[in-house]
Design a protein around this ligand. Structure first.
Ligand code: SF4
Ligand code: SF4
Length: 145
């Protein structure tokens, strides 16, 4: 019975590489910089995006070479989803790691890559590139990471 489920309803550990990549909702929110309080370890959200992020499409402009260009770029994998505390609660990997279903704006549910933007869940329309932002502590936002 389990095999008839679509891959986005199966356990993360059972996904192959293509399914793993396809699970991403394309929100781009994991590509925003976080400000960390050195004393408490707390993270604060900002609207400052990685310089490689396309602010219209919410896509990385050099995904294949991202680790070369941005060494601290997060690479989510089977073993680290639980450890990344700042992933947004809407992140498809976090949802599935917690046994939750995807939101109806996820393209795998809606069939439309624009749904994530239309639902206001992506970085489109309210973010700025780190190349233009200056001090990120001037860009703290009252929004979850
Ligand atoms: S937050 Fe999660 S779903 Fe959104 S772009 Fe990043 S990895 Fe993909
Ligand atoms: S290098 Fe690409 S995937 Fe990594 S944080 Fe920057 S835009 Fe996102």
């Amino acid at each position: 019975m389990n095999s008839k489920k679509p891959f986005w309803e199966k356990p993360l550990a059972s996904l192959d590489a293509a399914e793993w990549e396809a699970l991403c909702d394309g929100c781009g929110r994991c590509c925003l910089h976080k400000a960390e309080d050195a004393d408490t370890g707390a993270y604060y959200a900002t609207n400052v995006a990685c310089r490689l992020l396309d602010l219209e499409t919410a896509r990385c402009t050099d995904y294949a070479h991202r680790k070369l260009q941005v060494p601290d770029c997060l690479q989510l994998a089977q073993g680290n989803v639980d450890e990344v505390r700042w992933l947004p609660s809407t992140c498809a990997y976090r949802l599935r790691a917690e046994g939750k279903t995807l939101f109806d704006w996820h393209y795998l549910i809606s069939g439309d890559r624009e749904s994530v933007h239309a639902a206001g869940q992506s970085i489109r329309g309210w973010t700025i590139s780190e190349d233009e932002a200056g001090d990120i502590t001037h860009h703290l936002i009252d929004r979850e990471l």
